[in-house]
Write a protein that binds this ligand. Structure first.
Ligand SMILES: Cc1ncc(COP(=O)(O)O)c(C=O)c1O
Length: 459
């Protein structure tokens, strides 16, 4: 066990040691709305600003070397600057980044997605995960002729008007600032542990698609009960609704073929982003040919005007993203990549739980595959000194809020002081992280917990 260091408060020390980030934040707020480019990067008193990154590390503007658990919001399973990806991109850079026309790389990229993802009979590239889900919904609505989309409490599918509903606690909230009520009424939100309620909603006959994060909300923050995905598969088939797996995070991470290959359950459609584009902006919709057919132009009378789904997009499959994506997916076909990241993450989750167990601090670390989450100060009734998949005794809304609420801020700031950048009080690993990085993180967590105890934040 490490000794508790005696220093002044976490917040005061953070403000002192990360002063360069504070200066940039103050400057940024005068031009960049909110001072940041993504809500998820907001942290009080100010977010950090990064100078450069490599492998599993990044260096902030004050020169701190940080073990990175954001990893491009999960997109960098190969780590920062993977040489095969960056070399392929550098070569492409000199051949042009936008042809305003098709190119062979986008075809190879689609073939590679098709090869790895079981449900991908056809593929269409888009600009982001949000766009992938927008297009998937439009296709499902065109294919079924129905309007309603069924989603689950806490499940994140990007920031479109439709799918922000029910994402943040309180899940039952009826309004979302800036989103018309008429739009929200086309989306039904249910708890993610009640197949009976799903069937009750499906029998009404208006559901075009059921969309789900197959990991459970936010990369396993609210784990799904055993059998839930298989139940959804059966119910969607029975009631002729399209089952969409949002594999924006899990794609090529939960296994080379994503969560669907790991769990052996094939959805009708799959949405992808992040790893699919090798860390570049990009995404994809894939699925059954009969649904994806609605993207085709046809000579059949009335088809193009009445059945064809509209889908332009300036940056779809731009050659740079296509090159990064194709090169990354070639690497991801080796299951050793996912096995290694899964094993390291299990070691991390177990180590974090061991620390809480040894110091009798309430909380737990949990997750699935190469994702982990930490909550401190809440009593988890099934924590041991080992790995944990499904925390018991903590409400789903509390689990979902764990990245930002409760003690997440002092925990995250304390970990930054120790040289670790968590992502929403958790994170995602890459194949470049090492046992040493994981062990360093566990020791950093122990020192941070002890500081939090000294400051009266935990008991
Ligand atoms: C499961 C899931 N779906 C969709 C999205 C949205 O993707 P993007 O940020 O590329 O729009 C995310 C982003 O984190 C995600 O985690």
């Amino acid at each position: 066990m490490v000794e508790a260091p005696v220093r002044h408060g976490i917040l005061a020390e953070f403000e002192e040691r990360f002063a360069g980030s504070q200066r940039l934040y103050e400057r940024a707020r005068r031009s960049l709305a909110g001072g940041i480019a993504h809500d998820g990067r907001y942290i009080k008193p100010f977010p950090i600003y990064v100078d450069h990154a490599d492998g599993p590390y990044k260096w902030d503007v004050d020169g701190h070397k940080l073990i990175d658990y954001a990893m491009g919001h999960g997109s960098l399973i190969l780590g920062h600057n993977d040489p095969t990806v960056t070399e392929a991109m550098a070569a492409q850079l000199h051949r042009g980044t936008h042809y305003g026309a098709g190119n062979e790389t986008e075809v190879r990229w689609a073939e590679q997605v098709q090869k790895l993802v079981p449900s991908a009979e056809r593929v269409r590239f888009v600009g982001s995960g949000t766009e992938a889900n927008l297009l998937a919904m439009r296709l499902a609505r065109a294919y079924t002729g129905r309007n309603t989309i069924l989603k689950f409490d806490g499940h994140f599918h990007g920031w479109s008007d439709y799918l922000v509903k029910g994402e943040k606690p309180p899940f039952e909230s009826a309004s979302v600032p800036g989103v018309p009520d008429d739009v929200l009424r086309t989306v039904a939100v249910l708890p993610s542990d009640d197949l009976g309620a799903v069937e009750e909603r499906l029998v009404q006959g208006d559901v075009a698609a059921v969309i789900v994060e197959p990991s459970g909300a936010s990369w396993s923050m609210i784990p799904l009960p055993e059998g839930f995905l298989a139940g959804l598969r059966d119910l969607a088939t029975k009631h002729s609704a399209v089952l969409i797996f949002d594999e924006v995070i899990t794609g090529f991470r939960w296994s080379p073929g994503g969560a669907q290959a790991r769990f052996g359950i094939t959805p009708d459609m799959t949405t992808l982003a992040k790893i699919v584009a090798g860390g570049m902006p990009g995404g994809a919709v894939s699925g059954r040919a009969a649904i994806m057919e609605h993207l085709e132009f046809k000579d059949e009378p009335g088809w193009n005007a009445k059945k064809k789904v509209i889908h332009p997009g300036t940056y779809n499959a731009n050659p740079l993203a296509a090159t990064a994506g194709y090169t990354c997916l070639k690497r991801c076909e080796d299951p050793a990549i996912q096995q290694r990241t899964d094993e390291l993450t299990a070691r991390l989750r177990a180590g974090l739980n061991t620390v809480m167990e040894q110091h009798s601090v309430n909380g737990c670390a949990w997750g699935e595959s190469s994702a982990f989450h930490i909550i401190v100060g809440e009593q988890c009734t099934n924590r041991t000194a080992g790995d944990l998949h499904t925390p018991e005794g903590i409400a789903p809304a509390t689990l979902k809020a764990s990245g930002k609420a409760g003690l997440a801020t002092p925990l995250s700031l304390g970990m930054l002081l120790e040289g670790v950048d968590l992502f929403n009080a958790g994170g995602l690993l890459s194949v470049t992280h090492s046992e040493d990085d994981v062990d360093f993180t566990i020791e950093a967590f122990e020192r941070t917990l002890l500081r939090m105890r000294q400051e009266g934040l935990v008991y």
